[in-house]
Design a protein around this ligand. Structure first.
Ligand code: AMP
Length: 425
């Protein structure tokens, strides 16, 4: 019979790797709390309209990458390809657009996109993201960007290897002018564009700016001046963002091609690139989306957020030589049993230790004591073994053996927790 395997582009995380993820998550949560963010958890499935309406019907994520299915009630349901739309949906559904002055949320979890799997591109991947509702201030943009950089640093990335790219997408009032100017610009250079971009010229010329094709990228560089067409308030907002980043000594590079592929972004857009990662080198990105809450039926609320791809953070950690972050601590105590009659006592003792906050594992197999001790020493050469035999149990004692020194003492069972804890200090 053919073996059943995990779907392409999805992965199992075995304990050692899961440990790396847990550390990453713990560090991220600590940093987010410093900035006053609170976790929000939304469902992994949503009505497909949540994404189609927010990301734009024509967005590639919606047209090509969304896992879509009809549920038993005939509803069109999607596995979430990103979480901003879900968070905005929840924000409105729970009336926070009417009651909360400021909300700072973070989320962490799997996203799903039906992309061709390759290095750095998965079908199920994990994002850590933040969304801030209620501030239109350019200083909020800077604070969010500062958080993004602080997070990456706290997750072990070397900041000299990270590049922050920045752009100004203007407001929705600017969009028709911008699209018209871009269309004129690209029409004149149509013959140099790839087939997809020729289509984009008709549907949404903004998308030509982030085409990966080298020739299209070359053509797009010349469209740089387009941001001069933005309205004065949008230009003013961006100037404060840039000046403040300079004041805070957060380096960035302006990138007029950075449009982030989605309709909902307005004004500040940014992306963090880790050039060492190869073709899929974006570690995270985000931007302001001042019109999305109203678009989804809520009260007009300015907002900004970003998402980091955690698989890529781990890849960047490795590229930076950070492979050995805090290896898993093996259990402190191993409980060995002289005969199988003592297994139940061993199991109970292990539970008692764990209830007192001591990591322990116990022999549960019918195997010779010598082998048990050898294996315990292999797993944790500096650990401690407690040996339970019939006589010891009768006398209410246990043999305590240090694997590093070989030293062995007899200890009363009633004192064992205190003894181990005092040894741990
Ligand atoms: P996006 O909002 O699409 O720019 O996604 C934000 C971040 O998520 C990206 O910068 C990547 O780090 C990560 N990401 C997006 N798509 C994938 C994918 N298919 N596999 C792994 N990571 C991804």
């Amino acid at each position: 019979m053919a073996l059943v395997k995990a779907l392409g582009g999805t992965s199992d995380l075995l304990p050692e790797e899961t440990r790396r993820w847990q550390l990453l998550e713990t560090r991220a949560r600590q940093t987010l709390e410093l900035y006053g963010y609170q976790e929000i958890r939304t469902p992994l499935i949503e009505e497909a309209a949540v994404f189609a309406r927010s990301l734009g019907e024509a967005a590639e994520i919606v047209t090509k990458q969304m896992y879509l299915f009809e549920d038993r009630g005939g509803r069109s349901v999607a596995l979430r390809p990103e979480a901003t739309a879900s968070v905005v949906r929840a924000f409105i559904e729970h009336g926070l657009d009417k009651t909360a002055r400021m909300s700072r949320f973070y989320y962490l979890g799997p996203m799903f996109r039906a992309e061709r799997p390759q290095a750095g591109r998965r079908r199920q991947f994990h994002q850590l993201g933040v969304e801030v509702f209620g501030s239109a201030s350019p200083y909020q943009d800077v604070e969010v960007i500062a958080l993004l950089m602080r997070l990456l640093e706290s997750l072990g990335l070397k900041m000299k290897n990270v590049m922050l790219m920045l752009n100004n997408l203007g407001c929705l009032d600017d969009r028709p002018v911008m699209l018209k100017k871009l269309k004129e610009y690209f029409l004149e250079r149509q013959s140099d564009l790839c087939e997809d971009c020729k289509q984009r010229l008709e549907v949404n010329p903004l998308r030509i700016l982030d085409c990966k094709n080298e020739r299209c990228r070359g053509v797009a560089v010349g469209s740089m001046q387009w941001k001069d067409w933005l309205c004065h308030p949008c230009q003013g907002h961006f100037k404060i963002v840039r000046d403040t980043l300079d004041q805070m000594e957060i380096p960035y590079a302006p990138d007029p091609r950075l449009v982030r592929g989605l309709d909902y972004y307005t004004r500040t857009a940014f992306e963090v690139i880790y050039p060492g990662l190869g073709a899929q080198n974006a570690v995270g990105g985000g931007g302001r989306y001042d019109t999305l809450v109203a678009l989804l039926g809520g009260a007009a609320t300015p907002a900004i957020g970003f998402a980091i791809g955690l698989e890529r953070v781990l890849m960047a950690q490795e590229a930076d030589g950070l492979t050995a972050i805090d290896p898993m601590e093996p259990p402190q105590i191993f409980i060995a049993t002289v005969s199988s009659a003592q297994i139940l006592n061993g199991l109970k003792l292990a539970e008692q230790l764990r209830a007192n906050g001591i990591a322990a594992s116990a022999n549960l197999e019918d195997r010779p004591l010598k082998r048990q001790i050898e294996q315990a020493a292999k797993a944790n050469p500096s650990g401690t073994v407690l040996i339970l035999g019939e006589d010891e149990v009768k006398q209410g004692v246990v043999m305590m053996k240090s694997l590093s020194t070989g030293q062995q003492t007899k200890e009363p069972l009633s004192e064992i927790v205190r003894k181990i804890k005092s040894g741990m200090q």
